[in-house]
Design a protein around this ligand. Structure first.
Ligand SMILES: [Ca+2]
Length: 158
């Protein structure tokens, strides 16, 4: 697959560090595996089940977009693969309008590296969007970054 480029557009792939976003809970920690050497930690039994990051309210053009949320597990291996870790969302209007969401469980993640969790969504108009990661409070979680893939350039492909 070849992307011809985004002629006339300044938008394109973009990365936002989780540690640079707003948050309701969680702690910024050093992590050599993480982009920027930092990540946001949600600790089970310590941090409440609320948002570990939200923002940055970046403008998205109408069409289809894909985001990778890079996250990993921390702490002892989990026996239950189905155990839910987080809820990831793309939303606007201060979270009132959610375009797409996905529950992330232990089986989606690793202990030793950050793995991208995909979220793909369509928006009908130009919107100011935020990425949100809700901690579920059951399993320790590290969030590194979100990477945006503006996939509208692929629409003409079969
Ligand atoms: Ca980071």
């Amino acid at each position: 697959m070849v992307l011809i480029g985004f002629a006339g557009q300044s938008k394109g792939p973009d990365t936002v560090e989780a540690e640079d976003l707003l948050r309701q809970t969680g702690t910024v920690v050093s992590d050599l595996l993480a982009s920027g050497k930092e990540a946001v930690l949600g600790k089970a039994g310590f941090h409440p089940p609320i948002y570990l990051c939200y923002g940055p309210y970046r403008i998205f053009e109408p069409g289809r977009h894909k985001i990778h949320f890079f996250m990993r597990l921390k702490g002892p291996p989990q026996a239950d693969n189905k155990k839910e870790v987080a809820l990831i969302e793309v939303a606007t209007d201060m979270g009132k309008r959610i375009f797409e969401k996905r529950r992330v469980s232990v089986q989606d993640l690793s202990l030793d590296k950050y793995r991208p969790i995909d979220l793909t969504f369509n928006i009908p108009f130009r919107f100011e969007l935020g990425y949100r990661v809700k901690f579920l409070g059951k399993v320790d979680l590290l969030i590194d970054r979100m990477e945006v893939v503006d996939s509208q350039g692929m629409e003409g492909e079969i």
